[in-house]
Ligand binder design. Structure first.
Ligand code: SAM
Length: 292
């Protein structure tokens, strides 16, 4: 059986059989063996995404219009919502954080868009940045590496924060915090949401924003980094397909969505709770927006 499966894999350039009966690595199998993040990504797709998609129609039929992360194709497969499963299974959480790290290794989702997309240096010497749902700190470390004067606080759920490690010569503060609860870090200059709001249906999105408001000082910025769905057919098909694939996966995993450009993308609901639009900043000048 192994020979049959491996020979199928070889047709996808995974492993090679240069001499009949002798298996060797191909570039693809070698990078998979050596790159833990890539393996985490593959595990995320196979264990979380694909089975959830298979049950998505069942979930929509059972709970139409639910707007509940625990009423999804994912929940039908795993018996609970995505975030609840991760909270009980640290290895699953580690794997998800690894998958996120792996996503950021490609140019499209690179951390350099956070670093280059905003004039961080102009925030001043004592500026504080809170990375909401900041995982094990990749974004926070990228920011402090380039802008050592910034004080960056990475917040996430307790199990993820427990897995975060300091990096030599850099200092990031890690804080377990549920962003549905009132924000404990008051008066920061920037509250960053990188790949957060697209994980949440509107009802929860508004709860996240409302929980932040009492901590805001005058002039504080809320920075959102998410994809924005363009009007259909207005960008190259390969890019649009990628964005719409993410949109549908957000539904299957969390009953959430990528938001549309005509509604202000992932900033669409911010005016509802009193935020004002400041400026779009992105590599395409339109798919990341900052609000204050
Ligand atoms: C899609 S990941 C994005 C991670 C990170 N911002 C990045 O850019 O790679 C979403 C993050 O939100 C965190 N998260 C989920 N629910 C949360 C909650 N209630 N409070 C705080 N963080 C949460 C997850 O643990 C995860 O790290």
């Amino acid at each position: 059986m192994a020979r049959r499966v491996l020979r199928l894999a070889i047709t996808n350039r995974i492993f090679a059989e240069k001499r009949p009966g002798y298996l060797s690595h191909s570039a693809t199998s070698r990078v998979t063996a050596e790159d833990q993040g890539l393996r985490d990504w593959i595990a995320f797709v196979l264990r979380d995404v694909v089975p959830s998609s298979y049950r998505a129609v069942d979930a929509l039929t059972k709970w139409p219009g639910a707007e509940e992360p625990a009423k999804t194709g994912y929940a039908l497969v795993h018996g609970a919502g995505f975030w609840d499963v991760l909270a009980k299974d640290p290895e699953h959480g580690r794997q998800f954080a690894g998958a996120m790290r792996s996503f950021a290794t490609g140019d499209e989702l690179s951390l350099r868009h956070v670093i280059d997309g905003f004039p961080w240096a102009k925030l001043g010497e004592t500026a504080r940045v809170v990375d909401m749902g900041g995982s094990t700190g990749d974004t926070a470390f990228a920011l402090t590496e380039r802008f050592p004067q910034l004080q960056v606080i990475a917040q996430d759920v307790p199990d993820i924060i427990a897995q975060a490690e300091q990096r030599e010569g850099q200092s990031v503060t890690f804080l377990a915090h549920d962003f549905l609860a009132p924000q404990p870090v008051e008066g920061a200059d920037v509250y960053l949401f990188r790949w957060i709001l697209h994980d949440w249906p509107d009802k929860y999105y508004l709860r996240i924003l409302r929980a932040l408001i009492p901590a805001l000082k005058s002039g504080a910025k809320m920075m959102v980094m998410d994809a924005i769905l363009p009007p259909i057919g207005t960008i190259p098909n390969i890019n649009e397909r990628g964005a719409r694939r993410f949109d549908v996966v957000m539904q299957h995993l969390y009953d959430a969505k990528e938001r549309e450009m005509r509604n202000g993308g992932s900033c669409s609901l911010t005016p509802t709770v009193g935020f004002a639009f400041a400026a779009p900043r992105s590599r395409r000048d339109r798919d990341c927006q900052s609000w204050n």
